[in-house]
Structure formats: structure tokens, C-alpha cells
Design a protein around this ligand. Sequence first.
Ligand SMILES: [Zn+2]
Length: 321
Amino acid sequence: MDLRDHLLIQLSTRDVYDALILGDRPHSGLVFTGQAAHEAVRMVRRRGYTAPVLCDRRRYAGSGRVRGTAGLSAHWIADQVEARVTVPLTDSGYIGRGDTEALHTILDQASQWGEVVAVLPVHADWLGPGLPALTTAIATYGLPVALVVEDAAPPPVRIPGLPLLSAGVAALGALAHGAPWAAVGVREVLRHLYPEPHQARGGWRKGGARSALVPELLEFVPVERLPEGVCGCSVCHGRPLRHLAGAGELEVNTHNVTVLHRLHARMLRSTHRERWWAELQPASSASTGPRPAPYGPAPRPRTPASPPGSADGSGTRPAAR
Ligand SMILES: [Zn+2]
């Protein structure tokens, strides 16, 4: 099954009963998260779900996360194949700043299997000074990979046009810049990879609270702090966005995926995706407070016919944190 141009919705296994609603869009699909993710895949397949489904074990996250040098599990791959995932993902550990050993361990082990995607959960420096080493390693092994990018302040300005897991609105930006697929989390904790040890004070905010996507800001905002304005999506029907403060989690999430896929459909129809993404950005983020940079990718060296400006201009924005 082809994942190209797919915007996937990343959920917990406890969301399995909502999954068919949240993943029911053209060019959509699901990513189940955690150790029992393949069980959730089995359930949705039994219910006749035919769109792409992936499993992200997420051993790289949380206070008990493992380092990328930990061995990858063949059982984990086999469980996914048996559950009929679209393509199995490795259960990679975390790749810290400059941890070349972890990066190469994951790529080396994954390359010994057939059809797998090597998950690369990286410290944000790998998209800054470490980017040449990262892209060289990926090209050397020639494997399909998927990135998970750890939160940083300021956030990375560029990412390569590679698949993204556990992303926010940046997933759309990655798709606009050539990533074959990307996954948006249904709640904050699945839209981020928080640094560890997690600091409760300051800018990091763990999941739990419901957040709604505000189309004009291209940003998820806690429902208690939604701005004025109405939403014309098929969930809100022109009601004020703030009505979501009194809505259940499924309704908020359905609004989110509806807005995301409306944007995604517009992207698929656009003749120049990078320009579409650049023009979508709010004119100024100064009045809206801190927001994640909807970062674009690094220039793709193997794209000889890039339109003017696509390498350095439209593909990047300054960090806006
Ligand atoms: Zn809405």
C-alpha cells in the first residue's frame, strides 16, 4: 500500500474506538503508539479499515526512554507484519546530540531486515549543525526512515523532506516540502518529543489538556484559551471556535483532523506546494504569542530542477519562539 502524500493521525491504543472516525479521510491513515500498538492495528483491520496503519513503539520518549544503541527487536517487527501494518517501523531508542553511535546502530540493524522503516528520534541539533552527518548517514544506508524531532528552544528552522512521526502542524509543512508521509498526534504528548529530564516549569507543557487547531494561526491552542472567531468545518458548522471548550475530546479531535485534512486537500491540489505552504503562514506571529516554527526542510541536494527560491527562500522561516 502506498503511503505517498498521506497525512496520518497518530493515536494512543486507548483511542482505538475513535480511530475509524479520526482516520476516515482520503489520503489519511493511522499510527498507533506504544507497546501494544499492533493489537490496535489488529482491531481496526478486523473492523475493515483498509487505509494505511503504522505502529510507533515510542521507546525513545519519556523518562524511561532507551538510547539508540539498544538493540532493535525482531519480534516487534514480526508482530506488526502479522497485524497487517502497511510497513513495519523499528522500535528505535533516542539519538542524543552528536550520538553518532546510536544513529549508526539503528540504521545498521534496520538495514539487515527487508521492508522496514528506520525510526530516527533525534535531538534537534541533528537538524542544525548535525544535518550534513544525518543526511549522509541516511543516504549511505539507503533505507526508508522516519524522523521524530525533539522539542528545542528555539526549534529547528529546517528539516529534511523526510517522513515525520509525532508532529504537529509541521507535518503539513514536511509534506509540502517533499516528505512522502507525516503523522500528526491527536494530543500534545503525541505532537512532541519532550526533552528529558522533563522540566515542569517553563515552556514545555505535557499532554492531557485538549487543544484545538486554530486555522488562522496554524497552531494548536488549549481549548480554554481559544481566540475569537468562528469555524466553518463540518464539526463546528460556523459556530464560534470557543464552543470547543465545552466539547468532548473526540469532538475536538474531529475538528482538528477535519481542518488538517481540508488544508491537506488544498495542498494536494496546489501546483506549487512549497509556495502554498509559505503563503499559508500567518503574516505575523508577533501578536499571537509563542508558536512552533512551521519549519521547512533543508535543501534537497538530489532535486536538480528546484524552482528558484525553493531551496533557501520559501522553505525556511525564522524560528518564532
Ligand atoms: Zn471546526
